[in-house]
Design a protein around this ligand. Structure first.
Ligand code: ATP
Ligand code: MG
Length: 177
């Protein structure tokens, strides 16, 4: 689904990828030459807010995009460096070339704008139900979460027993293993 236009970056934690993200990705990809999906906070996993590893999130994103017929995309895990002034350089140093950044996160927007990138926000698609927080809450509470995510995401979560992981780890103190 290649188009003329900018090379774009969409960055998020994707814990997990849901249909709200896909609404943005579809729109951005249709307007972009290449679309890079940056997996933020890549080093975290096995916590309440960040249950899935970078590799698991990579699979969720890449398998969904392939199943939806996208070809012109990259997926790049990006670790936090906990130093905002250097974060844009960190992202640029490991991602393919991009000129346009799509995010609703105020820090991301500000930092990339200060570095001279064009930053666009993505309209929120039914945010009450399409959020990572809501997907994780439903998994925990045993409610229907599968309808909020693309089929490949539900499949990967099933394969890795993501439901069991979230239920077991929520409420546990965040200690080193
Ligand atoms: P969490 O609740 O865990 O923070 P999230 O749904 O906010 O998850 P993130 O990975 O934090 O997802 O966000 C990545 C990007 O996706 C952000 O720019 C965010 O604004 C955007 N986004 C999240 N939900 C939607 C949605 N429903 N529609 C459009 N964009 C969304
Ligand atoms: Mg968020």
């Amino acid at each position: 689904m290649s188009r003329h236009g900018e090379d774009s970056l969409i960055i998020g934690r994707f814990q997990p990828l849901h249909k709200g993200h896909m609404d943005v990705i579809r729109k951005v990809a249709s307007e972009s030459r290449k679309t890079t999906i940056g997996i933020g906070s890549a080093q975290y996993s096995h916590t309440e807010q960040n249950p899935f590893t970078a590799g698991e999130r990579y699979r969720m994103i890449a398998e969904t995009l392939v199943e939806e017929g996208f070809t012109d995309f990259y997926v790049v895990p990006v670790e936090d460096i906990n130093r905002y002034s250097l974060w844009v350089a960190q992202v640029v140093s490991i991602c393919p070339h991009f000129t346009m950044v799509y995010s609703n996160n105020p820090y991301t927007r500000r930092l990339f704008a200060e570095a001279g990138y064009e930053v666009r926000d993505s309209p929120l698609y039914n945010r009450e139900i399409y959020s990572g927080t809501e997907v994780r809450r439903r998994i925990l509470e045993g409610e229907d979460w599968e309808s909020l995510v693309p089929p490949a995401v539900a499949r990967v979560i099933g394969e890795i027993d993501g439901v069991g992981r979230i239920r077991e780890l929520v409420g546990e103190p965040v200690n080193g293993p």
